[in-house]
Design a binder for this molecule. Sequence first.
Ligand code: G6P
Length: 369
Amino acid sequence: EQIEKGGFPHFMLKEIHEQSETIADCMRGRLVVEDNKIVLGGISAVTDRLVNARRLIIAACGTSWHAGLVGEYLIESLAKMSVEVEYASEFRYRDPLITEEDVMLVISQSGETADTLAAVREARSKGALVLGICNVVGSTIARETDAGIYTHAGPEIGVASTKAFTAQVTVLAMMAILLGQRRAKLDEKESASIIKAMSEIPAKVAEIMTKFDEVDAIARLFAYAPNFLYLGRSYNFPVALEGALKLKEISYIHAEGYPAAEMKHGPIALIDELMPVVVLAAADHTNDKMISNIEEVRARKGRVIAITTDNNQDVQRLSEFSITVPETHDLLTPLLTVIPLQILSYQIAVYRKCNVDQPRNLAKSVTVE
Ligand code: G6P
């Protein structure tokens, strides 16, 4: 096992470190920068049906569901296609309105999650085309879907998902570009700029890893906080959810992820000098509003930990702590902002002496409904 961990104390840390490589592996042969083209062989036979679908329903659980939410922003924005994201379990408990004109996309690292598999069966029984994004080759969901795209992230052993998430978002970004091009919603210049930005992501992820000690200093300071709040807007809202989930899963700290605008409808009542608030604030169209959120937290003496971009001086100046990530195409920001959050929860769990790779009560793959 020590050899499999490749010199790291935990699989999770190894997997966090692997991400610049796994994202590159996921894009290899698929992202063709010189031709401004995306090649997704696994879905080529059904791409026409996907392009013409009435709507896309994404179903998943846990971290994969968060990747699906990022996918919703990507696909709606780049391909102007209507997307709904469902918890795979809840999808079944309603009498889902899904027809032959719809396409369902399920996302599952393991390809074995019972609720997600049940959603696949339900959608197929109603005549929808069902596609999968899976990591484990030959898994049940990979076999039962009509077509799909593998994430190629390699085996993920830590129960808390890290590299599978970034690979899922990478696949969704490639799908969004492909759909945008095929639906004529994305002009050549815009698609070239996002394809180029994607090709630069692995190097940017590697750059973030050099900030490990900066994140560690924050982890050390807040390791014994009883609660955490995570706030984000737009495509960084799912990242807030994912950051909170990571912390809950492995450190057993109560954490909530919220769309930042909802803070005033409840969570603001919790903020005092003991509350760390992680704010995801890229220098994008949400920046002014995020700055007011930071001011509101500070006015209540909350401890602001900002995950922001290198160029976002305003947020860095206003926040008690900040970790910066390199700038990229706005829509790709989640691939970068999630990395410090993974490191933060990992280091906090280590300080709290938690069993990082096998947290209590959790399983890597949940095969019961
Ligand atoms: C479990 C794991 C999570 C994972 C979720 C969905 O809860 O602990 O890390 O995100 O299942 O798993 P899947 O394999 O379908 O992505």
